[in-house]
Design a protein. Structure first.
Length: 166
């Protein structure tokens, strides 16, 4: 009989359960803003790599085909949209890539296309840069793609963070 008096209930009380729910809620609230910033950085890097890759494809195709190859963006000049790489002599499309629209792209040239000649050099627009920023407000981080006259393509962080301020 003494044995039954010592027996204890080993369940979880409602108060203990509520404490755990509150702690999980606080941790989720702290993680959500950091997750949003992570998504913005990932979108930015993805778009930067997409455009860099297409520029490299255009340059490589120009050299291997021995002809002019053009990378063309939408008529409004927004390189965050669909980009098409094609041979200028014909209308053969080499590659088409669709942007995700979560970034803002600013180019240093006033055209919606760039042409690489048979040597892989920039045939039009001279050396140019493409600045890429996320479309989130108050975001000052960005990426910069530079293409010099001989077609060398470099990608990196935007040094002048103020240029991304929207």
């Amino acid at each position: 009989m003494k044995h039954s008096a010592l027996k204890r209930n080993s369940g979880v009380t409602f108060i203990e359960l509520m404490i755990v729910v509150v702690i999980v809620g606080i941790l989720a609230g702290l993680a959500a803003p950091q997750y949003g910033a992570f998504i913005d950085r990932t979108s930015l890097l993805s778009e930067s790599r997409r455009i860099t890759s297409l520029l490299k494809v255009a340059r490589s195709e120009a050299r291997s085909r021995g002809t002019l190859v053009i990378i063309t963006g939408p008529a409004d000049g927004n390189w965050a949209g669909e980009l098409i790489v094609k041979e200028s002599a014909g209308d053969e499309e080499v590659k088409i890539s669709e942007g995700r629209g979560k970034v803002a792209v600013d180019t240093s040239f006033d055209s919606n296309s760039v042409t690489f000649n048979s040597r892989g050099w920039v045939d039009s627009n001279g050396p140019f840069t493409i600045g890429i920023c996320t479309s989130a407000t108050n975001n000052t981080h960005g990426r910069l793609i530079s293409v010099n006259r001989v077609g060398k393509i470099t990608e990196g962080p935007l040094e002048d963070e103020a240029s991304c301020a929207q």
